[in-house]
Design a protein around this ligand. Structure first.
Ligand code: ACO
Length: 326
């Protein structure tokens, strides 16, 4: 071997660049390919893989069932001594798929054939909570969609910073999916947790209905090919409207929202408040440039109907004041 061929940079690649994710519609044969935003949970903090040339880590998912195909290709690999026992990219990836029997490795024909026998049909696994033209939102308990969730959950690592897998054996988790009725493509999903909301012993002793709960949006994701088309807003709004109708849901919270999610949430919460006419209940005192009418008492009164956390509600009221005064 020449000295040049031993240069470390020749054998190092960015795991974000060499990982290629595809979503394939098996009926129309439409394929969309994109890179992950993050791969550090899988390939390590530096997001680099050493030891290969022309490395390609290919992950393909069928758009209705998310049946996965994995293929790792490279033109050259360093000898085992130089790799010093480090795990292969394939093995590293496999650790994040709990159901090894369900995966197809390399064999594209077998993968394509598997669609014919894959009986996973999302609508039959959950409850329809919203239908909006061509788009439906289904609520599924984790126990009923374990396999589908096992196929899909790696997307949270790829696209949500700091994400980790949820406990799939805890049935307080629900998964809400948004699907296109025509193509049957799964467009995105969110994992949500039901906490029991203890409101003191008096409330508990007098309970006549279901336990009061706090709903938490944990991971929220629209798959890259379908982003910026309004689907995130539809999924979020369906969820809010659904929870607003459930008497036992007392509060709606979000776990570690990022900037993009905050934005989506603010825009859609504001639309909701405007629809409910909350802006007509607040007045802005122009003389003192402060709000004269928003009292804690009034906030306490509207809070249970809106089910928003105090911090979010106050942020939104401030935005409404600005909006009214504009
Ligand atoms: N056509 C074109 N654009 C539209 C349409 C439409 N019909 N409808 C809405 N839009 C615009 C919106 O106005 C908005 O644009 P703006 O930013 O210029 O105002 C933009 O599209 C985004 O709105 P949506 O399309 O509703 O949002 P999207 O479906 O892309 O979902 C999300 C947003 C969830 C952040 C998505 O991009 C995503 O999954 N990102 C990666 C993962 C992530 O960051 N998730 C949140 C982590 S935090 C957490 O999980 C709690």
């Amino acid at each position: 071997q020449s000295m040049d061929s031993l240069k470390p940079e020749l054998w190092t690649c960015s795991s974000n660049t060499c990982t290629k994710i595809s979503i394939v519609n098996s009926k129309s044969n439409k394929v969309v390919t994109f890179n992950p935003r993050f791969t550090y949970p899988i390939f390590g903090e530096s997001e680099q893989i050493f030891g290969y040339q022309d490395l390609e880590i290919i992950l393909a998912f069928e758009s209705k069932t998310f049946k996965p195909l994995i293929n790792v290709k490279y033109s050259k690999k360093l000898d085992e001594d130089s790799l010093d026992g480090s795990k292969s990219p394939l093995d590293m990836l496999l650790e994040f798929f709990p159901s090894k029997d369900d995966l197809v490795i390399k064999d594209e024909l077998q993968w394509t054939k598997s669609f014919e026998s894959d009986s996973l049909d999302l609508p039959t696994l959950g409850e329809l909570i919203d239908e909006n033209g061509n788009i439906s939102v289904y609520k599924c308990n984790i126990k009923d969609v374990k396999l589908l969730h096992q196929r899909i959950q790696i997307f949270t690592l790829f696209f949500i910073e700091g994400a980790s897998y949820i406990d799939e054996n805890d049935t307080n988790w629900d998964v809400y999916f948004i699907i296109n009725n025509e193509t049957k493509d799964i467009l995105g999903y969110t994992t949500c947790y039901r906490f029991w909301k203890y409101g003191g012993h008096e409330e508990f002793d007098n309970l006549t209905t279901d336990y009061p709960i706090r709903s938490k949006i944990s991971q929220f994701l629209i798959f890259p090919p379908y982003q910026n088309k309004g689907y995130g807003s539809i999924l979020y709004t369906s969820l809010m409207n659904y929870w607003l109708t459930l008497a036992n849901v007392k509060e709606i919270t979000v776990e570690d929202p990022n900037e993009d999610f905050d934005y989506l949430r603010d825009v859609n919460d504001l639309k909701l408040l405007l629809k409910l006419g909350i802006q007509d209940q607040i007045e802005f005192d122009k003389k003192t440039a402060s709000n004269s009418i928003i009292s804690q008492k009034w906030i306490d009164k509207i809070k249970p109907t809106l089910k928003l956390e105090s911090r979010q509600l106050i942020r939104l009221l401030e935005m409404l004041l600005l909006y009214k005064n504009a």
